[in-house]
Each structure stands twice: as C-alpha cells, then as structure tokens.
Design a protein around this ligand. Structure first.
Ligand code: MF3
Ligand code: CO
Length: 253
C-alpha cells in the first residue's frame, strides 16, 4: 500500500525537509580539499540535532553515521572517515532527517575543487534525469513513467543507471512502498495520486551499471571503478506541478 498524506502530515514533511536542506547548506561550505568526511558528518549531525531532529540513517540496519559520503567510484553508502577530500573528486552526500515523526531524504553530488569535464557531464546528466523523472510525479501517471524517463535521459548521454538500488516511498518510515527503480517500461505499476511522497534517487555510472559491496557491508562501488553520481529529492505528488520538498539543496551559497 502506498500512503496518501494529509495536509497536516505534508506540513510536517515540509519541516523535516527544511531541516535537511539547512544541513546541506551548512556542510556544502566545507566541501574543499583537505577536509575529512568525518568532519562533514559531525557538522551534519550537530545541525540536525540542534534543529530538534534525528539523523535518519544513523542506526538504520546498523549504519554507523549521519550522512553517506561516496567518493568517485563509490556509488552510495560510503561511510565517513578520517580521509580528506582531494581536488578533482566527486563527493556524493546522502542525508536523511527524522523530525516530529516524519522523514525526509536527499542526496547531491558535489565537485571537490576543479573536476574533469567528463565528471561534470556525469553529474549534470544525473541531476537532469532526476528532474525529468520528478516532472512525471503527477496524478494519473504511472509509477514506471518516472523510472522510464530517468533511464532514457541517462542512456541518451551514454551512461548507465544502477539497477541494484532503487528510490522509495517515504513518510513515517525512511523506506516505504513503492520501490522506484531508475529503469523500466513506461505505463506500468500503480497510478500516482495526490498526496503520495517519494524519494527519487538516480545513481548513474560512467561505465557498467554493475556494482559491488565492500567488506564493510555498506560501501557500494562500481565494478569497473569508473565514476558514479547520485542525486535525490523528496517529492510530493500533486495534480499539477510536483512539490520538491528538498529543492533548497540546489541553491549554492
Ligand atoms: N538515501 C538512501 C536510501 O534511501 C540512504 C540510506 S543509507 C542507510 O536508501 F544507511 F540508511 F541505509
Ligand atoms: Co533514499
């Protein structure tokens, strides 16, 4: 069953998303060579707790940190550590907040200093695919219209979507029904209705779509060690233009 949220719940989701956005705006100032991912994680946790929220990922199935920091060939779920950021990397940050019973979830890939044109194109294509997918989040469309649009946008640029991981419904749990693959035929699956809330999250690889999990049980890396990017928004389905609850993570400074 896919939950339909009432107005009072949507208000709480907006507040949760606002705190999540605030967290991103604080940490993104610190994304420069020489800063450790653990430092970013600590700042994120402080901002979330100071805002009255809880880190949504910390403790989820034993995940040990507030944010995920996934560098270059790491697709998602990289665990923050004492290694420092290096010029030319792609750093994908995934972050979730629980506030007043409601979850929000977002991710963004950032350049560390100056990055290659190829990596810039990978990142901009991933963001574009997310936005074309989000445009399908209106009453009457089918769920797989979102998936299909993301896949087509990505493949038109010669990249591959990761198939092993999917987006998801979100609300009173971090992961709710439905699963939202980033590939598929159009016109399949449930019809979208006003009040559904989705975390849509294309993970896009330069090379093969295949991934592997490292020995830490979390880190997901591309099999061919080529770069990957990840963007995610929490989105409310409406009759008209979808409401992107986490859109503020895109305003840079
Ligand atoms: N955005 C990711 C997801 O929705 C982050 C999960 S990290 C985890 O699945 F630690 F919570 F698993
Ligand atoms: Co998510």
């Amino acid at each position: 069953m896919i939950s339909i949220r009432e107005e009072w719940e949507i208000e709480r989701l907006r507040k949760s998303a606002a705190l999540l956005v605030q967290t991103f705006l604080e940490i993104e100032k610190l994304i420069i060579p020489g800063v450790s991912t653990r430092h970013l994680d600590q700042i994120a946790e402080t901002v979330i707790r100071d805002g009255g929220g809880k880190p949504a990922f910390k403790g989820y199935k034993g995940y040990p940190a507030t944010i995920c920091t996934s560098i270059d060939d790491v697709v998602v779920h990289g665990i923050p550590n004492d290694e420092v950021l290096k010029e030319g990397s792609i750093l994908s940050i995934d972050n979730g907040v629980l506030l007043d019973g409601y979850y929000s979830d977002a991710a963004k890939s950032f350049p560390v200093g100056k990055i290659s044109e190829a990596d810039q194109n990978l990142m901009s294509t991933t963001l574009q695919a997310l936005h074309w997918g989000i445009r399908k989040c209106r009453t009457g469309n089918h769920l797989s219209d979102v998936s299909h649009t993301i896949q087509s946008t990505v493949e038109a640029e010669g990249y591959q979507v990761v198939r092993a991981l999917v987006g998801h419904g979100i609300g009173t749990e971090l992961h709710e029904e439905p699963q939202i693959p980033n590939y598929g035929q159009p016109g399949r699956g449930p019809k979208l209705q006003e009040g559904m809330v989705f975390a849509i999250e294309p993970m896009v690889n330069t090379g093969t779509s295949e991934v592997e999990i490292l020995e830490d049980g979390w880190t997901v890396r591309t099999k061919d060690r080529k770069a990957s990017a990840h963007f995610e928004h929490t989105v409310l389905v409406t009759k008209g233009k979808p409401e992107i609850l986490t859109i503020g993570i895109e305003d840079r400074k």
